[in-house]
Structure formats: C-alpha cells, structure tokens
Design a protein around this ligand. Structure first.
Ligand SMILES: Nc1ncnc2c1ncn2[C@@H]1O[C@H](COP(=O)(O)OP(=O)(O)O)[C@@H](O)[C@H]1O
Ligand SMILES: [Mg+2]
Length: 366
C-alpha cells in the first residue's frame, strides 16, 4: 500500500519557488533518496509528504489515496530529522515508548516492541539512560527507534546522520540500509551527501534549484548522468570537464581542444548524431572522472600531453593535479606513480566512461 506518487507538485514560500513541478514515484518497500545541495528543495518535498507543509500545486498520493489535505497524524508516517528532538527528561526507553503509550497500547506489547527496536539498533544496554548521557550516534539511534516502533507505512528521514562524525556516518549508512531491508518499510530519505545516497538507495532523485534533474538507480546516476550538473555533482573527487569543439568532417566526429583532438566513433558518434544539430560544429564539454584517466610518464597512442602540478598521496590512492594547456584536471591513480611538480606526463581517457555534454544546454549526448 505504501507506494508514494508525487504528481506535478510545486512549493512556493511567498515568491520563493522551492519545488518546481516535481514528479516522482516511490514503490512499496523502496529506499528512495532525494539528493541535492542545500536549498534545492529536499526538506520542502519531505515536509509536504509528511503533511507539515501546504502543497502549492499538484497532488501527493499514498497508494491510490490522495493525501493533500490529510493531517500528519492520519498519514501513517514516521519522521526522523537531523535534530532528533528527544525528550530530555525521559529515558531512552520512555522516549521510544512514548507514541505507543499515547496510542493506549498495553504495557507488555510496548515492552516487547521497544526491546525489539533497541536490539535492532544495538541500544539495548542504554534503555535507562537519559539523552544527556548519550553520544550523538546513540541519540540518533534512539530517534530512529522511536520511528520504528510506530510501524508506519512510510519512513521520512531528513538528513538523520548529517551531523555525526565521518566514521560513525559510514557505519550508520550500512545499518540504516539493513534496518530498512529487514523491516521492508518504504523509505524516503533526504540527504545532501552523495555517498549516503549512492550507498543506500534503491533509486535516487537528484534535485537542483527546486528541479528534479534525474531519477534512477545509483548506477544509472553515476554511469549515465543526464546533464553536466549531475555529472559534476555525483562522484568524489568530481568529474573533470574540458571545453572542446565538436566537428563533423565528412563522416568522422572529432573533439577538438586547443591541446589535442580525439575522434568519437561507434555508438557514441551515433548518439551525438541523433541529438546534435545537423553536424554543425558546436561547443561541448568533455566529462571524464578522475579514476577513468590513465597517467604515464611515456607517450602512447591517443595519449594527451600534460604537466604535473602537484601530487596528493592518499594512502591507497594518489591524486595528481595536472594541466592540459589552461585546463586543470584531477587524476586518480596508484601511489606507485611518482612525479615532481612540472614533470611532463601523458593522459589517456577511458572512452567507455567518458561523457560529452552540449555546451549550451548542458544535456548529455552520452
Ligand atoms: N519556511 C520557509 N519560508 C521561506 N522560504 C523557505 C522556507 N523553507 C525553505 N525555504 C526556501 O526554500 C528553498 C528550499 O529549501 P529546503 O526545502 O529547506 O531545501 P533543502 O532541504 O534542500 O536544503 C530554499 O531557498 C529555502 O530558503
Ligand atoms: Mg533540508
């Protein structure tokens, strides 16, 4: 029953357009992440789903039922926010049990549910503590426990682990995913952290300035970004972009950069011909991820001459800042690559992973 449809939904705050004509379908049992930078409309979307914010236009459906005018308490949802707002004077146990007591559930049943949630979240030993005696991660688990025991049809989580330290965040990603799989409850999870979205979601909705950019599996979003913005937002370190001219000389497609030229063939050439304006030369951006660039001290077939600016050893990886003419590129390689500032090097791009975006619209040809 807990599929969710967002149909042509808009949100205005006075003249501020926070969400623009959003369409999203979340399947029953799915873990859906809404991902985007601060201010892109994620929380507004979640709050409209929760019934905490009026919908300016459009419809929200839970299953077949239109819920636009349904008050939050009748929506069968449980929310977890970044500032989890536990009752400070209540124990962990009482914080988790609170909503069940309000419902008039009997004591034994409450006890069983609280203990089950506490076991799942590994806070069974902390049930007698007050929030001041808990770490950030333990508080967050308590807030999640409070949501779980309600056994809602739908979880709405808004950046629930954003303030935890990096190590705990990485740990919680795995736990939250496991918890959602075990419970089978539909989850709509808001985050600005692409790693959270990529690692946990069944599907990701990427938003930017109130507009849905792309909706797909983590792999689709990472491998096939629909536009330059998504390509640049997803992936760490970020995708490199090179300004090029695309030329179609009697059958062969060529990417021309002041420092190099590369041919494009096969399906990639067809993809461009299918979309581009009749083969006229046009400005494009070539997008290549740092780990899809090979780097060598020796020239080679189709290799592009570059200069090493600086190397950044990162334990198991090495980042190399290089320049091709005026363009700076980041290359991710192995620490066995040794170089000094100013050294010549040669770069090769992995053609299966690269992307060409139209210069004007930013839309991906492939
Ligand atoms: N209550 C509000 N009143 C006025 N503007 C708001 C309000 N809430 C959010 N906004 C604006 O709407 C836009 C989207 O905000 P929000 O949905 O909170 O984004 P996100 O959660 O992605 O950071 C932002 O420009 C924000 O300043
Ligand atoms: Mg927000």
């Amino acid at each position: 029953m807990a599929s969710v449809s967002i149909k042509n939904v808009w949100k205005y705050y006075g003249k501020t357009e926070a969400v623009r004509d959003l369409n999203l379908e979340c399947r029953d049992g799915e873990f859906l992440c809404i991902l985007g930078p601060s201010g892109c409309g994620k929380s507004s979307t979640l709050r409209m789903l929760a019934g905490l914010e009026h919908i300016s236009a459009g419809d929200i459906l839970f299953g077949e039922k239109r819920v636009n005018d349904l008050p939050p308490k009748d929506r069968d949802i449980a929310m977890v926010f970044e500032n989890y707002a536990l009752y400070p004077h209540k124990t962990v146990y009482d914080n988790i049990a609170n909503s069940l007591r309000l419902r008039g559930m009997d004591k034994a049943e409450i006890d069983q549910k609280v203990k089950k949630a506490a076991t799942l979240l590994e806070i069974g030993a902390l049930l007698d503590r007050k929030p001041v005696e808990l770490s950030g991660g333990q508080k967050q688990r308590t807030a999640i426990g409070r949501a779980i025991v309600r056994e809602p049809e739908l979880f709405l989580f808004d950046e629930p682990i954003a303030h935890l330290d990096a190590k705990l965040r990485a740990h919680m990603r795995g736990e939250l995913k496991l918890m959602q799989r075990e419970l089978g409850t539909t989850m709509i999870y808001v985050t600005h952290d692409q790693l959270e979205a990529l690692s946990m979601a069944d599907r990701i909705a990427v938003m930017h300035e109130g507009v849905l950019q792309q909706f797909g599996t983590p792999e689709e979003i990472y491998r096939h970004p629909v536009n330059e913005w998504v390509g640049g937002f997803i992936g760490e370190p970020p995708m490199n972009f090179l300004d090029c001219q695309l030329e179609d000389d009697s059958g062969a497609l060529t990417l021309r950069h002041p420092e190099f030229q590369l041919s494009i063939d096969g399906e990639q050439a067809s993809a461009i011909r299918g979309k581009a304006n009749g083969g006229a030369p046009s400005a494009v951006k070539l997008g290549v991820r740092p780990d899809e660039i090979g780097i060598s001290h020796e020239p080679g077939d189709q290799a592009i001459k570059a200069k090493v600016l600086v190397t950044e050893p990162l334990g198991g990886d090495m980042l190399v800042d290089a320049s091709v003419g005026d363009t700076k590129l980041l290359v991710k390689t192995k620490p066995t690559f040794k170089a000094d500032m100013g050294d010549d090097c040669y770069l090769t791009f992995d053609r299966t992973g690269w992307h060409v975006f139209a210069g004007d619209s930013g839309l991906a040809y492939f």
